[in-house]
Design a protein around this ligand. Structure first.
Ligand SMILES: [Zn+2]
Ligand SMILES: [Zn+2]
Length: 346
């Protein structure tokens, strides 16, 4: 992990903990019960990187970032960013391979009508997805013929004006040939939503999404490394970045209760690989040598600290020598770095 990436996100982490702290205080004052989950989330995010392992160069004294205890909570801006990097490093090359082999890629959004509670919205969304891709034999075979694989990401939002919850699914799908199947997927999704919500009203809808491609131009054609990188960033950012500004204390409580044990991201079909089971786990870097980036020395003493203390002293990343290229997994391409940085700047 890179120290600079982590350090830049620490102020956001503190912002999130202050929002959670404020929500907890307000809810307690109003005698709201059932605060154990939000309380846990608050403590987790507050404790993220409370233990940081550093190595101090024996020759020049320079401190280097080695590792830390991460909270891994979905609401933690540091952990969310690291998770986004991990997803990117795995998924962009996978999609790019498909593109190069002649497959087509589409970006779709599956929505449902806004709901009063997040639980209700997530429930319909997840059930409809399962109905369409698995439970209903006709839908399942139609879906699998259309899309041979892809990634699925749930974004949780509140409607700006309605004040209602608006969870929806972003889909990046792979097709083995070009076909006009928008009406077909639209029909499947609408039917699935009606079935699981037990209504005859039309509550589901589907949009085709564009992404920023070459020269920052908006495009529906995802057909080169630039547009595929941009599409994957779009997809992963929804599950790894929450906007807290328009959330009330009650909203935060609802969010914390619903995020627990809830899967917001997955891969399917040809985009699925066995390693995805632990896509959330850290990669283990196998490093041959750690080198002082200040003086080149190889001798260090180990020091423990906290992220907040580290903010006030100079800490650097090691110069690392790896055993093989395969282990340099944290190294995203320059393009991925730029696009991710843009999305996670604030
Ligand atoms: Zn964290
Ligand atoms: Zn040194």
């Amino acid at each position: 992990m890179s120290w600079d990436n982590v350090k830049q996100r620490n102020p956001q982490r503190r912002y999130v903990t202050s929002k959670l702290r404020h929500a907890l205080d307000e809810l307690t004052k109003n005698d709201v019960k059932g605060l154990s989950r939000i309380d846990k989330v608050y403590h987790k995010v507050d404790d993220c990187m409370a233990l940081v392992n550093l190595y101090q160069c024996q020759d020049c004294g320079m401190l280097h970032f080695d590792s830390a205890l991460y909270c891994k909570n979905k609401l933690c801006p540091i952990c969310a960013y690291l998770r986004a990097r991990k997803y990117m490093s795995v998924l962009v090359p996978r999609f790019n391979r498909m593109l190069k082999s002649g497959y087509k890629i589409n970006f779709l959004t599956l929505t449902i009508k806004d709901t009063k509670t997040l639980t209700e919205g997530l429930n319909i969304l997840k059930k409809a997805w399962r109905y369409m891709t698995d439970r209903d034999p006709f839908s399942k075979s139609t879906f699998r013929k259309m899309f041979i694989g892809g990634i699925y990401a749930i974004e949780i939002k509140k409607g700006k004006y309605s004040g209602l919850w608006h969870p929806h699914i972003h889909l990046l799908v792979v097709k083995d040939h070009f076909s006009k199947d928008f009406d077909l997927i639209k029909g499947l999704w609408e039917m699935a939503c009606q079935k699981v919500a037990n209504t005859t009203d039309k509550i589901g809808s589907v949009d085709i999404r564009g992404v920023k491609g070459k020269n920052n131009r908006y495009t529906n054609n995802i057909d080169d490394l630039e547009s595929i990188t941009s599409a994957v960033v779009e997809c992963v950012k929804y599950v790894t970045k929450f906007s807290f500004d328009n959330f009330s204390s009650f909203d935060l409580l609802e969010l914390c209760n619903n995020l627990y044990n809830s899967r917001l991201f997955s891969t399917f079909g040809c985009m699925r690989e066995s390693e995805d089971e632990d896509i959330d786990n850290d990669y283990k870097e196998v490093v041959k040598k750690l080198v002082c980036s200040n003086c080149g020395s190889l001798e260090f003493d180990s020091v423990t600290s906290t992220i907040d203390k580290c903010m006030n002293v100079e800490v650097r990343d090691f110069d690392k020598q790896y055993l093989s290229d395969k282990e340099v997994v944290d190294g995203l391409t320059a393009l991925m770095e730029v696009l991710l940085k843009k999305e996670y700047e604030q």
